[in-house]
Design a protein around this ligand. Structure first.
Ligand code: FAS
Ligand code: PHB
Length: 400
């Protein structure tokens, strides 16, 4: 494939943000080139999110890549909270007037988007090295990169920084032009993927004196489990047997009896942080997804926030090219941040409610159990959990 040296939108990163943006722009007849530093297989090999909000599902449908998701994804109307040895179901479907979530792995979302891009013959440069962004404070930005030892320049109208938390785009913004808000949690999540049937037909979030655990899934035959572990833990220290043993110690009797263990096909430890960049626009450079914000995965918001950023950014770019109006582009950052901060607050709150913090005194566990007991026995408490988990409406709290 011949890679153009000029395009309308240069997208940095072929994760879900970059690929979804590329697909929505293509649908609107807007040219984009995606530059990705890894190989496609490497991107697919990163095991991450598992739960899609309705807003994300609708966007994937709008992008024309929802067919396999609807065929293979699992619609969940609720999830369980396990604390004090008791399991309680949050009935999201009933509480929110019919809203659900879809269990469909980020790997599959990414695969569907990659296949759609390939099928449309759209340009993606994998293993693009030393990507650098230039002139985004002018009307003629550009991106330079190296591929197979050759240096290239891509001239463009706009740059979409979809390059994740460790990307180059946010790092290229002058420090005096950006505010960064961060909270790092004193523990990590040890995740294990196994080709074993899920322990339950819905997710189980566990607050146990030994630490948080989560029983999730990817299909009826593939499960995803997480354990809270100290930041000092290394993956080499965790054998599969040690993982299953510890998980059982954090579950209730029914789950222990139903748990099917087996060899891990992936195992990794992820750090947890809350992080937000303000603003998300710098002239002709727009940050989207993990490039601009990170949530602790407890609330399953990371991928879903990325999708909303991309929705707002695609609307802004389409308005620029088709409607000759920059109103939506100018509103991009504020629209995203209004939604981002509410998801950040929910993710922080849910993380604080479910995890053991090293500095906590015994009274904190009492507070946590009291709050969980209130939530599961209060209509208002259960509703606040449910409406945040399924995702607030897109126009929630937006100025009229
Ligand atoms: P990504 O980080 O997915 O993609 C960015 C892409 O940019 C990558 O492919 C990277 O290689 C590329 N890139 C970076 N620097 C570059 C450069 N200089 N040049 C070119 N390309 C560059 N969310 C949930 O909802 N639930 C979860 O359980 C969950 N678990 C997670 C576990 C881990 C370990 C991590 C890191 C994140 C997790 N997340 C989870 C959040 C995750 O799903 C993100 O929200 C999602 O990947 C965001 O997608 P992107 O914004 O595309 O960023
Ligand atoms: C997952 O399946 O990876 C998953 C599900 C829900 C979460 C976090 C991760 O809150």
């Amino acid at each position: 494939m011949t890679i153009p040296h000029t395009t309308q939108v240069a997208i940095i990163g072929a994760g879900p943000s970059g690929l979804l943006l590329g697909q929505l722009l293509h649908k609107a007849g807007i040219d984009a080139v995606i530059l990705e530093r890894q190989t496609g297989d490497y991107v697919l090999g990163r095991i991450r999110a598992g739960v899609l909000e309705q807003v994300c599902i609708d966007l994937l449908d709008e992008a024309g890549v929802g067919e396999r998701m609807h065929a293979e994804g699992l619609v969940h109307g609720g999830f369980d909270l396990l604390f004090n040895g008791q399991r309680h179901r949050i009935d999201m479907h009933a509480l929110t007037g019919g809203h659900n979530v879809m269990v469909y792995g980020q790997t599959e979302v990414t695969r569907d988007l990659m296949h759609a891009r390939e099928a449309a013959g759209l340009p993606t440069v994998y293993e693009a090295m030393n990507v650098q962004v230039h002139g985004f404070d002018s009307t003629t930005p550009s991106v330079t990169y190296e591929k197979d030892g050759q240096k290239h320049t891509l001239r463009c109208d706009f740059i979409a920084g979809c390059d994740g938390f460790h990307g180059v785009c946010r790092a290229s913004v002058p420090r005096n032009a950006i505010a960064e808000y961060e909270k790092v949690y004193p523990f990590g999540w040890l995740g294990l993927l196994s080709d074993t049937p899920p322990v339950h037909d819905e997710l189980i979030y566990v607050n146990s004196p030994r630490g948080f655990a989560l029983c999730s899934q990817r299909s009826k035959t593939r499960s995803r489990y997480y354990l809270q572990v100290p930041l000092t833990d290394r993956i080499e220290e965790w054998t599969d047997d040690a993982f299953w043993q510890e998980l059982k110690l954090r579950l209730d009797a029914p789950a222990r009896e139903h748990l099917v263990t087996g060899p891990s096909i992936e195992k990794s430890i992820a750090p947890l942080r809350s992080f937000v960049t303000e603003p998300m626009r710098f002239g002709r450079l727009f940050l989207a997804g993990d490039a601009a914000h990170i949530v602790p995965p407890t609330g399953a918001k990371g991928l879903n926030l990325a999708a909303t950023d991309v929705k707002y950014l695609s609307e802004g770019l389409i308005g620029h090219y088709q409607g000759q109006s920059d109103t939506d582009l100018d509103a991009y950052s504020d629209r995203c941040l209004r939604r981002i901060w509410k998801a950040e607050r929910f993710s922080w709150w849910f993380t604080s409610l479910m995890h053991q913090f090293p500095e906590d005194s015994p009274i904190t566990a009492k507070f946590q159990n009291a709050e969980l007991d209130y939530i599961v026995h209060s209509q208002a408490g259960s509703l606040t959990m449910a409406e945040n988990y399924v995702g607030l409406p897109l126009d929630f709290g937006q100025p009229r």
